[in-house]
Design a protein around this ligand. Structure first.
Ligand code: ADE
Length: 225
């Protein structure tokens, strides 16, 4: 999978993609990313990309032209499964949406801007609007990073243990069961006996029951859905 990210703050992504699983996915050739500075697509001599809102009001609005220029250049190189705009009023990111996005060869993410973008960008240039939750971030960069991370880890071969993405919280509309590692007894805090007994069938059953019970306690709405 290739992801292109369009942003006014490209430096925000430097560390995110050079660490941990996202780095390993790139080293294995399973994922590539390019971060594009929207200012590079401005035709304005000061590289401005925003202007005052028509009708007045506070704040600046991202103009349609630099975004169109950038997307035209990117689309000449790749066909995108989705061109995503990050916005608090978008469709809510969920595990099932991540699964769906992970099926694409190419994604493009336009990072939202705190005062918004010209509505014609949303109407004509993007294919999907995604929110990562009901709170307002100061920009779409963190949301773009969340989308990239949650999608890339699902690509076949990215995680060492092929089954582990499938047992994640939410993959079956259940949260994950508890996990433990050595020592079996720490200050009298015991690991459940069943995990030490070596009976895989009993352990699987126990994990499933724990997942259901935890979901009932913590996220009962998932069971209702
Ligand atoms: N931009 C600002 N807030 C956001 C959110 N919650 N999700 C996605 N993009 C955003």
């Amino acid at each position: 999978m290739h992801i292109d990210i369009i942003t006014l703050f490209p430096d925000m992504f430097a560390d995110i993609f050079s660490q941990s699983i996202l780095k390993r996915a790139q080293n294995k050739g399973l994922f590539s990313v390019e971060v594009h500075n929207l200012r590079d697509y401005s035709t304005n001599k000061n590289h401005n990309v925003d202007d005052y809102p028509y009708g007045g009001g506070a704040g600046m609005v991202i103009q349609v032209e630099p975004v169109d220029n950038c997307l035209t250049a990117l689309k000449a190189k790749r066909h995108y499964g989705e061109i995503i705009y990050t916005a608090p009023d978008g469709e809510r990111l969920s595990q099932s949406l991540c699964n769906e996005l992970a099926l694409n060869d190419n994604l493009c993410i336009l990072c939202g801007h705190y005062k918004g973008v010209d509505e014609r960008i949303r109407e004509h240039l993007i294919t999907r609007e995604i929110s990562i939750g009901d709170y307002v971030l100061s920009g779409g960069e963190l949301a773009a990073a969340v989308i990239a991370d949650s999608v890339v880890r699902l690509l076949p071969g990215v995680l060492n243990d092929e089954t582990s993405a499938l047992t994640d919280s939410f993959q079956q509309d259940l949260v994950s069961p508890p996990v433990y590692t050595r020592p079996a007894n720490y200050k009298g805090w015991q690991v459940p006996d069943i995990l030490l007994g070596g009976n895989d069938k009993l352990i699987d059953n126990w994990r499933f029951e724990q997942a259901v019970e935890r979901t009932r306690q913590r996220r009962p709405e998932l069971l209702e859905e």
